[in-house]
Design a protein around this ligand. Structure first.
Ligand SMILES: [Zn+2]
Ligand SMILES: [Zn+2]
Length: 429
């Protein structure tokens, strides 16, 4: 199909044309971006007052397949992705079985080809069974299509294993995505250690648990010259150390999640397990540091860490409930409301963090609107105001911390490879 999107504001920091204009797409590709493009034989889409953006890319989500198809599948997770404006997602290896060899990577890719709504890029495990002991078959997985490696959900506590993993991953030019929490310092903690953990009488996880691991791993990254990406940064010191490491020229990067830059540990005051997450929601000073880190470019990526859990399991006593929140469908609107309308980021910076930079870090052919590129793009209505409702969630799990929250901006239309997947806030079946 040939489409001409007319008169929208094209926000395209990595491409040649930005500003109000038209975009022509045909046969899966962007054909032209500019002003007053010819429209003959194209389906015309009026986009005045709307924004046209490159498809968003989530470099950190959990699709739960194989193993927990009751919580999410590749089909339902990519449907949620498309609804949130993500045309590509990279999914973590902590499935059951763990994605620690080519077989699971190939399984994920074939499921995605069969019934994926967005593109799926699997992430392979760093160690076999996520046990932190023996390196997984990285070469085999890279060849099968793994775009990065991560033991996310677990911290690599053995520094010698991290050292060899970094040296090994460098052979395939793949980054390691690290979940940083020293388990002995986190101990039995269930929330951020601070004022609210004292008030609520819940055991805390100090910011130190994350900081100690980031400090260690920056030293190892420097020693090996490997590519390290820090998942879900949540502490002020962590952001500071990342900034310092970048100034020294290390090949390091980091991400923040919408929940960490929006919410604080005060959200736990009713013991609502929807707010239990790893790393935990922290205090105001940490939230501010994440916003500043996003603003000054220290944190290049916004990732969802979309982590579906059944309500059955979330409806347990706080300390027993699993950690994690879904986020694919709310990420753009939360970031728009909090960071762009809040004056922290420009539109261009937001597109960099949600599309351009994740594409660069994972070496994906995406992140810009340029003639000849694959047509992964979205239309957003920045004026649309909506309230997050569980019955409107496309994900199989409904564990969103933003239910009931009023947000601005909503994804309206989505193309993946030039195929219309979502239009007028409805799936194109
Ligand atoms: Zn994690
Ligand atoms: Zn995760």
């Amino acid at each position: 199909m040939k489409y001409c999107i007319k008169g929208g504001e094209i926000v395209n920091p990595a491409g040649e044309y930005s500003g109000v204009g038209d975009l022509l797409l045909d046969a899966g590709q962007v054909v032209a971006v500019g002003q007053e493009l010819p429209v003959e034989d194209a389906v015309i889409i009026q986009a005045e007052g709307k924004m046209v953006l490159p498809g968003l890319i989530d470099m950190h989500c959990h699709l739960r397949e194989p193993g927990r198809e009751d919580e999410e599948t590749i089909a339902s997770g990519t449907r949620a992705a498309v609804k949130g404006g993500f045309t590509a997602v990279a999914c973590m290896a902590n499935t059951n079985p763990v994605a620690d060899g080519a077989v699971v990577i190939e399984y994920v890719l074939s499921k995605a080809r069969q019934n994926g709504w967005a593109k799926v890029y699997p992430i392979g495990a760093i160690t076999k069974g996520l046990k932190g002991e023996e390196l997984a078959e990285m070469g085999e997985m890279a060849e099968a299509g793994a775009v990065a490696f991560s033991d996310d959900g677990k911290t690599l506590t053995n520094p010698a294993v991290l050292r060899s993993a970094l040296e090994y991953a460098a052979l395939f030019d793949r980054p390691l995505l690290l979940h940083e929490e020293e388990p002995k310092l986190a101990d039995a903690g269930v929330m951020h250690e601070g004022y609210w953990s004292t008030v609520l009488g819940l055991p805390g996880i100090p910011a130190l648990a994350e900081d100690v691991m980031i400090a260690r791993d920056l030293l190892i990254a420097e020693y090996t010259g490997g590519k390290v990406h820090f998942c879900h940064l949540s502490t002020a010191k962590g952001v500071g150390m990342l900034a310092e490491a970048k100034r020294r020229g290390l090949n390091v990067s980091g991400e923040a999640t919408p929940h960490h830059f929006t919410l604080t540990d005060q959200a736990l005051e009713n013991y609502d397990t929807a707010f239990r997450v790893s790393p935990p929601l922290r205090s105001e000073e940490h939230r501010e540091a994440l916003r500043r880190g996003l603003q000054d470019g220290t944190i290049q990526v916004i990732a969802t860490d979309h982590a579906p859990h059944s309500l059955e399991e979330k409806h347990r006593e706080f300390a027993l409930a699993p950690t994690g929140m879904i986020g694919l469908e709310t990420a753009f609107s939360v970031a728009w409301t909090e960071l762009v309308l809040g004056g922290w980021l420009t539109k261009e910076q937001l597109v960099e963090k949600l599309s351009v930079n994740p594409a660069r870090l994972l070496n994906l052919p995406a992140g810009r609107l340029q003639p000849g590129d694959l047509a992964d793009l979205i239309i957003v209505d920045p004026e649309w105001e909506w309230v997050v409702k569980p019955e409107e969630i496309a994900s199989k799990s409904k564990n969103s911390p933003f239910i009931g929250r009023k947000l601005k901006a909503r994804v309206e239309t989505v193309w993946v490879n030039g195929i219309l997947k979502y239009d007028g806030q409805k799936f194109v079946e």
